[in-house]
Write a protein that binds this ligand. Structure first.
Ligand SMILES: Nc1ncnc2c1ncn2[C@@H]1O[C@H](COP(=O)(O)OP(=O)(O)OP(=O)(O)O)[C@@H](O)[C@H]1O
Length: 523
């Protein structure tokens, strides 16, 4: 009988509990329900044994990197489990960021165990009782039996995930030393947003693919570089006439690798030691660029043939520069630059690509060009048909056109850089017919000029040769006789020459398409 009573009372307790629960869910405002839920979960969790780790924002006034990492990590985790979130987008950043609000609790699961994160803000009083800046910190709580796992696996996991998220979210930067006046502000920066990519780049497709593969290999070979005892860096030399896309290629590379760019103006660097400071203040995952290196410093052969030393030669170069005077003269030397590229200091940090550009490769010292310093020599030259098609697609939004055949025949005869072609297409506001007509007109004009120029050079050479001829020689022809000759080469009408050049162009197109690409060399 007593047992029956007990079962009855249990049944009525359960029924009451169900009734109260339904009443709470139905009638209690959700805000109050949430508060009660949190209160109960805190009471229960405080009854369980737990260990806490505090991660403060500052460590002796210096920003705590772990705090930043936790912030990144939790921003990716908190959307699903935190109750109240803060939403922000840092200026110029491409992504939205969610952060936890103060006193919020967040649960995370890792490798089968649970941990709790909470965020707090407290205002600490100084010894004199004055309230200081608020101290912000994250608190990580977990069961004591997971202490070892937290230390050896969970925290490294948080740091790794944070690194990946930070890299994806971060705003890439373009640094320059051009406007820096003193040692304290070596680099100034702006957000890097150059639109050039490998898709928009007009260049030989084989060369493009080769460069992309080389970059991918470089990026994925951290272990390889460690194994063979080399610093994780690579040097490219881009050379070719102005307007062939050296700067555009650098921007495309930085966008491809998602690296920052450091644009190093050597003439603004006062000494080798300042050069070293600039180098060690660059971050990893960056492209360091020295444009027009032949114009920056005298980096020709160190052993001057005329007996002048490096310093003397540099002095001369400085004097020859506009506004150059001895007071603000740079004392950066070739050896300083060589050390910058692959000296001991260049091994600080990692994952760095150094790119030097020049219009005159032959002016550079072989020491700078050797493998290990410049690992790849990339020749960017005048526009060929594949590059022309890319520009047509970019600027005129067409892949085929009636005038394509004519342009294709003339292109090998006229030395046009991608910049020349881009300029013509730019003025056509997407109108493909106008763009192609203007292009062909420009090519014709250039072809005529080239032929006229060649003709007058040939005439001049002929005259000079005649002047130099031995006046007593029996074979010597009088100049007048040559000028009167109606079938002389220089008197062929320009139109005929253009036609002859076209024939040459057709031939060279055929040969060009058969030849292997020789524009990128491993040095
Ligand atoms: N290969 C290319 N693909 C697409 N656009 C190009 C290319 N080359 C040049 N251009 C166009 O021409 C302009 C000038 O090119 P860029 O500055 O890259 O040439 P450069 O070789 O670095 O010239 P310089 O040697 O004078 O510095 C660019 O803004 C771009 O619009």
């Amino acid at each position: 009988m007593e047992l029956l009573l007990d079962w009855k009372s249990i049944g009525s307790v359960l029924a009451t509990f169900m009734f109260v629960r339904t009443a709470i869910l139905e009638f209690l405002p959700p805000e109050i329900y949430q508060v009660l839920k949190r209160l109960f979960s805190r009471i229960f969790s405080s009854l369980q044994p737990s260990v806490s780790i505090i991660v403060e924002e500052f460590d002796k006034s210096v920003t705590n990197e772990v705090y930043e990492a936790v912030q990144f990590y939790l921003s990716s985790q908190c959307f699903s489990s935190a109750q109240v979130l803060k939403l922000s987008r840092p200026k110029n950043s491409k992504n939205l960021t969610f952060t936890m609000d103060a006193n919020q609790m967040l649960h995370d699961t890792f490798d089968g165990f649970k941990v709790n994160w909470s965020f707090h803000t407290v205002e600490k009083k100084s010894s004199s009782g004055i309230l200081g800046y608020p101290t912000r910190f994250y608190q990580l709580s977990f069961h004591p039996k997971y202490k070892e796992k937290i230390h050896s696996a969970y925290i490294p996991h948080v740091m790794e995930v944070a690194k990946i998220i930070e890299f994806k979210n971060r705003e890439r930067k373009l640094y320059t030393n051009r406007s820096s006046q003193d040692d304290y502000m070596l680099w100034t920066f702006v957000p890097f947003s150059h639109p050039s990519t490998f898709d928009t780049l007009a260049m030989d497709p084989v060369l493009k693919q080769e460069i992309k593969e080389d970059l991918i290999k470089f990026k994925n070979r951290k272990e390889f570089y460690t194994r063979v005892g080399r610093t994780w860096k690579r040097g490219y030399l881009l050379y070719g006439p102005p307007g062939t896309g050296k700067t555009s290629l650098i921007a495309a590379i930085a966008n491809f690798l998602e690296f920052d760019i450091y644009d190093l103006e050597l003439t603004a660097v006062m000494s080798n030691s300042q050069l070293r400071k600039l180098l060690i203040s660059t971050s990893s995952k960056s492209v360091i660029v020295v444009e027009d290196v032949d114009c920056s410093l005298d980096l020709s052969d160190r052993k001057k043939k005329d007996g002048k030393g490096e310093v003397e030669a540099k002095e001369e170069l400085e004097k020859s520069r506009p506004g150059g005077n001895s007071n603000n003269r740079s004392t950066v030397s070739l050896s300083g630059v060589l050390n910058f590229v692959d000296g001991l200091w260049s091994s600080c940090g990692g994952e760095r690509l150094m790119i030097f550009t020049t219009n005159q490769k032959e002016k550079l010292d072989p020491a700078l060009l050797r493998p290990g310093r410049m690992d790849k020599h990339i020749n960017l030259s005048y526009c060929e048909i594949a590059a022309f098609k890319t520009l047509m697609k970019n600027y005129l939004n067409v892949e085929k056109h009636d005038l394509m055949k004519v342009a294709e025949e003339m292109l090998p005869l006229v030395k046009m850089t991608p910049a020349d072609i881009a300029e013509v297409f730019m003025g056509c506001d997407d109108a493909a017919d106008v763009g192609m007509k203007n292009m062909v007109d420009k090519m014709r004009k250039r072809l005529c000029c080239t032929i006229e120029e060649d003709t007058s050079i040939a005439e001049l050479q002929m005259k000079n040769m005649e002047k130099e001829e031995d006046p007593f020689s029996e074979n010597r022809k009088p100049v007048e006789e040559k000028e009167e000759n109606p079938v002389a080469e220089e008197q062929t009408p320009i139109a005929e020459k253009v036609e002859a050049e076209f024939a040459k162009g057709r031939e060279s197109n055929r040969v060009g398409s058969e030849s292997n690409n020789k524009n990128m060399t491993d040095d």
